[in-house]
Design a protein around this ligand. Structure first.
Ligand code: PEP
Length: 247
């Protein structure tokens, strides 16, 4: 109720300066969409993308929990903010898998994001084996409890449900399964964050494309999408922005 949809893109480890033409194309085609738009490029492009973007807001893909210090190769929320970011993904399943990030790590990163004035986009989602074993709700409930700090509000936090088995595979849960999970997440957040639960935007992520975005965004408690592959090209991501605008 009253939640503005969000079309968020995660470029992962893709994108060099020439890719900024995609942002220029999006800005030209969608100067004032009826949704929020966020793209999270590699950190090297944040500054330049923020200079080109107007409708398109820019985010980081991860941040360290500390503001500064001896952490070679890491980036802090404060550095992302200084470069022009307004949000940061935390707890993406590729970070959880590749870098062993725990719910406690993700929780600390979300608080770091707020400290720097960034929106934390907290990612959760079950693996294929967990879904097959009938544990998807339990796993996501546990991730929410561990990863979403007590101070989360609809202003400083977005939650993205991304079933690991749907990321980059072309597989998508049924609309009924997406609805079940998103309704469940809203109900869990109502218990943990009773003052804010109705304000959180809950994104679906995992093989969202222009051809399936509208039906997914129409599902109960889906407030937009977190999109990987289909966010790289303006022609594809434009279709997703259109679906979020009309949804
Ligand atoms: C993602 O990496 O967050 C994602 C959802 O990827 P894709 O859209 O390519 O499945």
């Amino acid at each position: 109720m009253g939640r503005r949809k969000l079309a968020a893109g995660n470029w992962k480890m893709n994108g060099v300066k020439a890719a900024l033409a995609e942002i220029e194309a999006l800005e030209a085609a969608y100067p004032a969409p009826d949704c929020d738009v966020l793209i999270c490029p590699p950190a090297t492009l944040i500054s330049a993308m923020a200079a080109v973007g107007n409708t398109v807001k820019v985010g980081g893909q991860d941040c360290h929990a500390n503001a500064s210090g001896a952490h070679t190769g890491d980036i802090s929320a404060e550095i992302l903010a200084d470069a022009g970011a307004s949000a940061v993904l935390v707890g993406h399943s590729e970070r959880r898998a590749d870098h062993g990030e725990s719910d406690a790590d993700v929780n600390a990163k979300a608080e770091a994001a707020w400290r720097a004035g960034l929106i934390a986009v907290i990612c959760v989602g079950e693996t294929e084996a967990e879904r097959t074993a009938g544990k998807a709700l339990d796993i996501v409930g546990g991730q929410l409890a561990g990863s979403v700090p007590a101070g989360a509000t609809g202003e400083n936090t977005v939650v993205a449900y991304e079933p690991v088995w749907a990321i980059g595979t072309g597989l998508v849960p049924t609309l009924e399964d997406i609805a079940e999970m998103h309704d469940f997440m809203r109900a869990e957040l109502a218990k943990s964050h009773p003052a804010a639960f109705d304000d959180f935007r809950l994104l679906y992520g995992g093989s969202v494309k222009p051809s399936n975005a509208a039906e997914i965004f129409a599902v109960s408690n889906v407030d937009g999408g977190l999109v990987g592959g289909a966010s790289l090209k303006a022609a594809d991501f434009g279709g997703i922005i259109k679906a979020a605008s009309e949804g």
